[in-house]
Design a protein around this ligand. Structure first.
Ligand SMILES: Nc1ncnc2c1ncn2[C@@H]1O[C@H](COP(=O)(O)OP(=O)(O)OP(=O)(O)O)[C@@H](O)[C@H]1O
Length: 113
């Protein structure tokens, strides 16, 4: 637990993307409270927030491990490792956008239409 919290501190202190994703997660939770999401949507929302941050954490860990291994040297495998890890984050980000429409779309439609 102590090591995990230490990793969380590093993640949010060093990675702008992780801070952005954390802020988006908090805003989504606030929106969920305001829009009175049902419990199924709450489960999906919290699972998705955890999934986004977990993927960002794994991506950052891979970047660190690659940097430790190759240092400042440019290497095609280092590039592939980082780019593939970034692709994983992209997949989850696309999923988050799609699920956000499902989560908040009906409640927003009721308010605006
Ligand atoms: N050692 C390396 N050799 C070859 N290409 C590299 C190397 N390090 C980084 N790159 C390329 O530069 C890109 C950015 O790498 P960097 O380490 O700056 O990640 P980042 O900008 O922090 O990524 P993210 O936005 O996902 O956190 C990588 O995706 C990769 O394409």
């Amino acid at each position: 637990m102590r090591h995990a919290l230490s990793g969380l501190r590093v993640l949010f202190a060093a990675e702008r993307n992780a801070r952005f994703e954390g802020i988006m997660g908090v805003l989504a939770v606030i929106a969920g409270i305001i829009l009175h999401l049902d419990w199924v949507r709450w489960c999906v929302l919290l699972a998705l927030c955890c999934l986004v941050l977990a993927t960002e954490a794994i991506n950052t860990a891979i970047e660190r491990a690659v940097d430790l291994t190759v240092g400042h040297e440019l290497h095609p495998l280092a590039k592939q490792a980082k780019d593939i890890a970034a692709a994983a984050v992209l997949f989850i980000a696309l999923l988050a956008v799609i699920v956000a429409v499902w989560l908040f779309g009906p409640a927003l439609a009721k308010i605006f239409f």
